[in-house]
Write a protein that binds this ligand. Structure first.
Ligand code: PNS
Length: 163
């Protein structure tokens, strides 16, 4: 498959939200193949293990025939090279995301000049949504069923009942 047709959608996905899912769906229509890649060496001390995040992602991408799931360690550019991909996809929720996203995109370009980062605006209905807020609301007993896929809501409840 030509490298330009494979897009890597990297993230922490701790956990995946409906905002991520919306982006995956948009990407699946725009690119021949989408690889949703979750970070293994996350310094943010994730709530979900890599195995759990991969399981949730596999479940949510199941309806899309051209989306696969993977995990990576180290630099994103090295992972992209190893997959023969030249496109990175990131979602932008608001202007405030842009500064950080631009910094990452330009650093990645510095490290791997042939790699392009593509931004897709998140659905406006999910523009306030983040994994961090979902975890906080769920931990405090709030309702999260409308903002995450059912498998994620179930796992969040399980996690928090065990904590
Ligand atoms: O969902 P997130 O936490 O916003 O995703 C951030 C992610 C995983 C895309 C970013 O932290 C990343 O690419 N990490 C891998 C290490 C790396 O390449 N760092 C240099 C980025 S310029």
């Amino acid at each position: 498959m030509p490298a330009q047709k494979i897009v890597i959608y990297p993230g922490s996905f701790d956990p995946p939200t409906n905002g991520h899912l919306d982006l995956i769906e948009r990407a699946s229509k725009a690119f021949a193949h989408v690889v949703v890649a979750t970070l293994r060496n996350d310094s943010k001390r994730p709530l979900f293990t890599v195995a759990e995040r991969l399981e949730m992602l596999r479940e949510v991408v199941e309806p899309f025939g051209n989306v696969s799931v993977d995990s990576f360690e180290g630099l994103l550019v090295d992972y992209a090279r190893s997959r023969g991909a030249k496109l990175i996809l990131r979602g932008i929720r608001a202007i405030s995301d842009y500064e950080y996203e631009l910094q990452m995109a330009l650093m990645n370009r510095k490290l791997y000049p042939e790699l392009e980062t593509i931004f897709i605006p998140a659905a406006e209905s999910y523009s306030y949504l983040s994994s961090r807020l979902v975890k906080e609301v769920s931990a405090l007993g709030g309702e999260i069923d409308d903002v995450v896929p059912p498998t994620v809501a179930r796992r969040l409840r399980e996690k928090h009942s065990k904590l």
